[in-house]
Design a protein around this ligand. Sequence first.
Ligand code: IPE
Ligand code: MG
Length: 229
Amino acid sequence: MDGNGRWAASRDLPRTSGHRAAEATVIDVIEAARSAGVRWLSLYAFSTENWRRPDDEVDYLLRLVRRVVRKHAPLLHARGIRCRFLGGADARIPAALARDFADLTTLTSRNRGMTLTVAFDHGGRRDIVEAARSLIRSGAAPEAVDEESFAAHLPFPDTPDVDLVIRTSGEQRISNFMLWQVAYAEWVFPSVLWPDFRATHFLECLTTYQRRQRRFGGVAADTKGEPGS
Ligand code: IPE
Ligand code: MG
């Protein structure tokens, strides 16, 4: 979810106004994904690197996400969405916010409509390092470790590989997002800033994705012999 700061700057508003405006997009995209039949939606809200931002912006984001989680919990539950939070190991996460994350996770844990993963204080590298630690602690023999057994030590190992990553605002970077899971993801980079992104934009991204030919390093069935990647 990128472009909140630029959205605000283009209106001569403080960056925090861009974050506030992001809330409407979040709800719109969740509803659009659910209606379109998406089973797994992940939103990258705050990275392990975002702590480098000025204290007042970080404080604003911590308060905003808490307010959004509390306000929309009944709606998310009513829609049958299973919510969970990826990340959150940092001691700077306020206890009250951690409680609200845990409460929403518990409230919606039996829902089966769509799984919404909110990546907050998330870092793909951190998750891989933690998985390595967990694997070593488990006493696994080195020769017994393969991709599948390694991935079982990542947080939320039931999460399927990511099919599509949408990064708004035109930036074309991974920024440490679910590094293991995006290995064969398709990427789209709409130029729209996150606060202006709406259900229609989301559906356009899904259409773009559907037109992509995914080969996973192989060759397409009807183009055998053509150069492939
Ligand atoms: C995304 O918008 C929100 C967060 C990372 C929390 P930005 O704050 O990155 O907006 P830009 O990139 O400065 O426009
Ligand atoms: Mg940004």
